[in-house]
Design a protein around this ligand. Structure first.
Ligand code: DUC
Ligand code: ZN
Ligand code: ZN
Ligand code: ZN
Length: 478
């Protein structure tokens, strides 16, 4: 087994930072040693197989992106990143674990949906991966199947209050699934948007000839998110289910979560980089020589980007700082413009929903540190430690400590990353939703279970080295 010493860096955790050297034996961290410690003479350096010099750099636990959709079938097509291309891109960006959503589609049995997802991922991932389970059809059979999910290491499931006719659950179904969540400890994840009401607005806008991508965001108004978030919180309150609301974009939804948390309810919220940086006007109103107003399709996702005039972004950053929101995932769901997004030319409702960001989450959030939005420790907390705790991985992942998997990122605060198609971009897409973003930091080296997968701008990962991780129950259960 290879021994590695990461030396000279500043180890950052969710609770503090300090100059320390990290000793790795095979796949695990075996010691974190204060620099200058007597244990750490030249003997140790001489005795290890590999020394990585991290002088002047941060040494952080590998990122955990708890919300990705590799190969997701959506809108008559499928997300353009496979598990192979998507996990490779994740590694480039300092993410060493993804939790993807296995799908039970309408009429399919839950365990068949899960098995199909294992088949897609097995042997193809460069980094470790886990699954949440989408329950697309809450009925007696799927409720019973949910009893078996904990043994599968799949300890969270997602319901949709949006997308009638596809993944949608009505209130009766949500209530039953949440009762199961309370009984089993499975964490309920909720896509909180009022789908039936949105569909009425969509139909009316299209009938008025308002077919450009911009109107996607108009139809999915913040009231639709606030209302659904409130309803989900109330149903969770009634049933005692632990609740995690995904892709929160509206400040009013944050207020609902904050009020419930202040009341002592066990509810959590995630936001995504696109809601922290992008806005309806900047992007859905964009126009290019190639695509005209349809350019905005690049940024069609759900929940949608919000109007900058309503100041959602500042409120989301604030909520991340004050823990009204607990973490940031990407909702990585990439589609190409040609042959995928262009299915919605002339009808915004046919644009496959999603943005690809799995590669850029750590960098984009680090820019929040540089800009004085969050602290260095909070950066590690919201990108790694909290996702690990939330989804039952902490100890093994999310921390640099003896016994943990050696998922380690060496981040250079004096480096620079230019994001854009043909620049820093390894996702399987024909454009970047983040064109022109410049980051005052750089992912230098990435280790996944002790193996170097990114070495100073060289990719050394191997499809199939990533393993499925069985997760424990959420470490936030009470
Ligand atoms: N939102 C997206 O943007 N894409 C996939 C599914 C979802 O809820
Ligand atoms: Zn969703
Ligand atoms: Zn999603
Ligand atoms: Zn580099």
């Amino acid at each position: 087994m290879t021994t590695t010493l990461v030396t000279g860096g500043t180890v950052v955790s969710s609770t503090g930072r300090g100059r320390a050297d990290v000793l790795i034996d095979g796949e695990r961290i075996v010691a974190v040693l204060e620099q200058g410690s007597v244990l750490l003479g030249s003997d140790l350096k001489a005795g290890v197989d590999r020394v990585i010099d991290a002088t002047g750099k941060y040494v952080i636990p590998g990122g955990i992106d708890a919300h990705t959709h590799m190969e997701l079938p959506f809108g008559g097509t499928a997300a353009s990143d496979t598990f192979e291309t998507g996990t490779r891109a994740a590694a480039w960006g300092g993410t060493t674990t993804i939790i993807d959503f296995a799908v039970q589609s309408h009429g399919q049995r839950v365990m068949d949906g899960l098995a199909a997802w294992h088949e897609k991922a097995a042997g193809n991932c460069a980094i470790d991966y886990g699954f949440h389970q989408i329950i697309g059809d809450v009925d007696a059979d799927s409720l019973q199947a949910m009893d078996g999910l904990v043994d599968e290491g799949v300890t969270s499931f997602k319901l949709f209050m949006a997308y009638p006719g596809v993944f949608y659950s009505d209130d009766a179904q949500i209530l039953r699934a949440m009762q199961k969540s309370h009984d089993t400890g499975l964490l309920t994840m909720m896509h909180a948007e009022n789908g039936p009401a949105i569909d009425v607005l969509v139909e009316q806008l299209i009938a008025q000839g308002k077919t450009d991508p911009y109107y996607h965001g108009v139809a999915r108004a913040w009231q639709m998110e606030e209302e659904a978030t409130h309803r989900a919180i109330m149903l969770a309150n009634l049933t005692g289910a632990p609740l995690y609301v995904v892709h929160v974009s509206a400040k009013q939804a944050v207020e609902q979560l904050a009020a419930a948390r202040d009341d002592g309810q066990n509810v959590f919220g995630e936001t995504c980089p696109q809601y922290l940086y992008l806005s309806l006007e900047d992007n859905l109103g964009a126009s290019s020589a190639e695509w005209g107003n349809f350019e905005g399709a690049k940024w069609v996702c759900s929940t949608p980007l919000r109007s900058r005039h309503e100041h959602h972004r500042d409120e989301l950053w604030k909520a991340l700082r004050t823990n009204d929101l607990q973490m940031v995932s990407t909702d990585h769901c990439p589609f190409c413009m040609k042959g995928q997004k262009d299915l919605g030319l002339g009808d915004f409702s046919k644009i496959p929903n999603g943005i690809g960001s799995v590669e850029h989450r750590i960098d984009l959030l680090y820019q929040g540190v540089v800009d004085g939005r969050i602290s260095l420790e909070r950066w590690v907390e919201i990108t790694s430690a909290t996702p690990a705790r939330m989804f039952g991985l902490y100890g093994r992942k999310g921390v640099i400590a003896p016994g943990a998997d050696a998922d380690v990122v060496i981040y250079d605060p004096d480096g620079h990353t230019s994001i854009g198609y043909g620049k820093s971009h390894h996702m399987s897409m024909d454009h970047s939703a983040w064109e022109g973003y410049e980051i005052d930091g750089h992912v230098d080296t990435v280790l996944s279970r002790g193996k170097v997968v990114i070495d100073d701008d060289a990719y050394l990962g191997v499809a199939g080295d990533g393993r499925f991780v069985k997760r424990e129950l959420s470490q936030y259960l009470i």
